[in-house]
Design a binder for this molecule. Structure first.
Ligand code: OXD
Ligand code: MN
Length: 581
């Protein structure tokens, strides 16, 4: 019987025969290997050096201007049955998708190196972690995968021991948007990505594996793969409680994951610990609770808006060992982006002399890639192989009206409905129009690898199994007043809302019950120390008429998913509607 390594070598050989690389390099993840790759990329211009005094070991990558974001319209889930991919995914017949990709990959690595990148998603010794191998012709991808995953020798050893891994094949091709596809084959546990070097399309461990393929695997295996941050809140007594939160792309997950509590909280001894900022794998534990690991080892965060004011922890970690993509630079070669500070950039993200007439200096979706270990609030539990127990799940969206600052679902089933009804305005993380409201259930619209209705059913099933399920909440930091200004200060002050959430979990505070959920009573959210008190009445009011309309819209949205939508969810929606009338 051949070993896993033989199976891996056979696959590498097959790919090499088809793609014709000049050479094959098996990556071990070592510093020496990384250094050699960086030097090569500096020499060929794929990376640009930044100021070595202020930003040692930091580099800038300028991508092709047409390759700056995920491409949802070119991202496919290829299941045998179209119905299994669901209306939430673009579907292609697997045979057709393979034929198309085989044609694109034929000979595409001529004069290039094929890198074999073994990686582990999750702490290397965690039973919840999963393995993968990405074959890629992009050294930029290799350098990023090294920061974003546990990559190299240790992962290869675990693959050999375990015998399973997700196969990911990637080539930047010619970066031609007309020859670009991101294909997922959940039934084969494989991914093929051609024509893009952008993180979400090319770092296959992230969205492709840890969300689309993993969500499919998780359903078969009884767990959840979610687009969530994981944050630990330590109270003055030294107890740490963990919250997982789903927010659509670019709604501040990274900021929330590393928030710095307001001064009064800090003085009392509150602390915040970062476990993850984007992806969370949730497993039911033997004690009936839900345990979370972050499958990633790094942050691939949005740079614009990150500043000493909005996210000092992020800023502190970005002055060393970071790869920047599509940011601007100052005259002394420091990375710069809109919202950072009031210096003026010299070169824009395309390397041109900065001219405001060309638009923002940094691309709105410019990114930093950095190891989690560089984060000052990095949790000492982030590497815990058993994960962290979750007390609360938070669903957030970006809504100018309607949704209150915070609201607690009646129970798990209602929480699943709240998650399924999530809506937000679109952002720059995906190509397409910005600012349009769209439904984004559990913030998984672009990432769920199977039919949403089956996914909601799976959520209900996981909840039914838990004797101590987390409580589920909805939050909205983005409510606006009549002049269009944000009412809630957000950022570090979100701590005030997290405190209420944890108090509810510990059954320490009462709440005001409404048909759509329980909201804080007057004065329950601490704001008295704020220089300017926000309009809490508006932030916490439930408008029954507007909610009745919202529920009709939600009902319409759910009906797009047909007969497979769980009856329990529809019944609950009807019950909430009835409560409002
Ligand atoms: C991301 C995204 O890059 O959600 O995390 O788009
Ligand atoms: Mn994300």
């Amino acid at each position: 019987m051949s070993s896993t390594l033989d199976a891996l070598t056979d696959w590498v050989d097959q790919v090499a025969t088809h793609t014709k690389p000049e050479r094959i390099v098996w990556c071990d993840g070592s510093d020496a290997e990384n250094q050699a790759l960086v030097e090569m990329m500096l020499a060929n211009g794929e990376l640009v050096s930044l100021n070595a005094k202020t930003h040692p070991n930091c580099y800038l990558h300028r991508s092709d201007p047409d390759d700056v974001a995920r491409v949802e319209h070119l991202t496919f889930v290829c299941t045998q049955e179209q119905a299994d991919a669901g209306p939430n995914n673009h579907w292609m017949d697997p045979a057709k998708a393979h034929a198309l990709m085989d044609e694109l990959f034929a000979g595409c690595m001529a004069n290039r190196t094929l890198y074999v990148v073994p990686y582990c998603m999750g702490p290397i010794d965690s039973p919840m972690a999963r393995l993968g191998v990405e074959l890629t012709d992009s050294p930029y991808v290799v350098a990023n995968m090294r920061l974003m995953t546990r990559m190299g020798q240790a992962a290869l050893a675990r693959i050999e021991a375990e015998g399973h891994f997700v196969k990911g094949l990637h080539s930047t091709g010619e970066l031609d948007p007309d020859r670009r596809y991101i294909m997922h084959f959940p039934e084969e546990l494989s991914i093929m990505s051609f024509g893009s070097g952008y993180g979400g399309n090319a770092l296959l461990g992230k969205k492709c594996h840890a969300l689309r393929i993993a969500s499919y695997q998780a359903r078969n295996e009884g767990w959840l793969a979610e687009h969530m941050l994981i944050v630990g809140i330590e109270n003055p007594q030294g107890e740490v409680r963990y919250i997982a939160g789903a927010f659509p792309s670019a709604c501040g997950k990274t900021n929330l994951a590393m928030l710095i509590p307001p001064q009064v909280y800090r003085e009392e001894g509150w602390k915040v610990w970062t476990v993850g900022d984007d992806i969370c794998w949730l497993h039911p534990g033997d004690d009936g609770r839900l345990y979370a690991i972050n499958p990633e080892a790094g942050f691939f965060g949005v740079a614009p808006g990150t500043s000493a004011g909005t996210n000092p922890n992020a800023l502190a970690m970005l002055d060393q060992d970071t790869i920047f993509t599509n940011v601007a630079v100052t005259e002394d070669d420091q990375p710069w982006w809109e919202g950072l500070d009031d210096r003026s950039p010299q070169k824009d993200w395309q390397g041109r002399d900065f001219d405001p007439a060309n638009g923002p200096a940094a691309h709105p979706n410019s990114r930093f890639t950095v190891s989690m270990k560089r984060c000052p609030s990095y949790s000492d539990q982030a590497e815990n192989p058993n994960g962290v127990p979750i007390d609360a799940i938070v669903f957030g969206g970006r809504r100018a009206h309607l949704a209150p600052l915070v609201m607690e679902a009646h129970d798990w089933v209602h929480g699943v409905l709240v998650g399924a009804a999530m809506a937000s305005e679109t952002t720059a993380a995906a190509t397409g129009e910005v600012g349009v409201v769209r439904r984004d259930p559990m913030a998984m619209k672009p990432f769920c690898g199977y039919h949403f209705a089956d996914y909601w059913q799976h959520w209900l099933g996981v909840g039914a199994q838990l004797t101590h399920p987390p409580k589920i909440f909805q939050v909205n930091w983005f409510r606006r007043d009549d002049e269009g200004r944000f009412i809630w200060p957000g950022f570090g002050d979100n701590m005030r809302v997290l405190e209420w959430i944890l108090d509810r979990c510990a059954e320490k505070v009462a709440a005001k019950e409404t048909p759509v959920g329980a909201v804080p009573t007057q004065g329950a959210i601490r704001v008295s120390d704020l220089a300017e008190s926000p309009d809490m009445d508006t932030l916490l009011t439930i408008d029954p008429e507007a909610w009745a309309e919202e529920l009709i819209a939600v009902e319409g949205f759910l009906s797009e998913y047909g007969d497979r939508v769980p009856k329990l969810l529809i019944e609950r929606l009807q019950a909430v509607k009835k409560g409002l009338s």
